[in-house]
Write a protein that binds this ligand. Structure first.
Ligand code: ATP
Ligand code: MG
Length: 239
């Protein structure tokens, strides 16, 4: 036992007969931001789904704060504060911003602290307070990502898994969300695992990272190490 806050050890995932994740191991400490990068179809979403209990692993373990969570359903992961902000945002388009946020208060504790959390969110994103009665489906992409991130925060995560938050968004909006997420991580000890195809942005945001290639973790290191890695430069950073 090496005793990291979140410890994922040799997980394997199959969809039917097709295996897409092979002995993937990684860890994250409290307050740490960890990037998981790789190209289309590498298995990034599968990995964060496995770590949040949304897909079953065929073997391996997910240990959070000393407790084995593998084999449990997603409710168990949520109750331990492991919360996924899914790829594509998945908001309820015909509900207001406020109502979407309310759906994120998915545990008793989160429900009890709902008002306080919403007040925090409106401090982080004043724009969401202005738009609180607007239907989520009519928001811009960037505003929708703010709501998606905030809805996850409504669940009072200890580990937040963000799947492709930058997808289709203007760089300055992504920078805003990453800046706020990083502040929360460093001030409140929130652990973040971020999946990105935008490797440069992800490594700027994260402390450490892992590269996933065809379902296998091939390279890992600090963000600085990965930024300087020749293979990564060639394959993902375009120089
Ligand atoms: N529910 C599923 N049933 C069958 N195969 C699936 C399922 N979900 C994903 N896959 C397959 O698993 C592989 C990994 O998919 P995954 O979504 O994890 O990749 P990804 O790295 O997140 O890709 P992207 O960058 O495009 O989001 C792909 O080949 C995909 O087709
Ligand atoms: Mg994906």
């Amino acid at each position: 036992m090496s005793g990291h806050y979140l410890e994922v050890d040799k997980i394997n995932v199959k969809y039917g007969d097709i295996q897409v994740l092979w002995d993937a191991s990684f860890y994250a400490d409290k307050g740490e931001i960890v990037a998981l990068v790789g190209s289309n179809g590498a298995g990034k979403s599968t990995t964060v789904k496995a770590v949040s209990g949304l897909v079953k692993i065929s073997s391996g373990s997910v240990v959070f704060d000393g407790q084995h969570l593998e084999g449990g359903n997603c409710r168990k992961f949520i109750d331990h504060g492991i919360i996924l902000c899914p790829e594509g945002r998945q908001l309820f388009p015909n509900m207001t911003v406020y109502e979407n946020l309310e759906t994120g208060a998915c545990s008793k504790e989160a429900e009890a602290k709902k008002k306080e959390t919403i007040a925090d969110i409106f401090k982080w994103f004043p724009k969401l307070e202005e738009r609180k009665n607007q239907m989520a489906g009519t928001l811009s992409g960037g505003e929708q990502q703010m709501v998606a991130f905030s809805r996850s925060m409504m669940g009072l995560p200890k580990v937040l898994l963000m799947d492709e938050p930058s997808l289709g968004l203007a760089p300055n909006i992504v920078d805003d969300i990453f800046r706020i997420a990083k502040k929360i991580a460093k001030e409140n000890g929130l652990t973040i695992i971020v999946v990105e195809q935008d490797v440069r942005k992800a490594l700027k945001f994260a402390d450490r990272g892992y590269v996933l290639e065809n379902g296998v973790i091939s390279i890992s290191g600090t963000s600085d190490e990965l930024m300087g890695n020749e293979e990564i430069k060639k394959a993902y950073l375009g120089f």
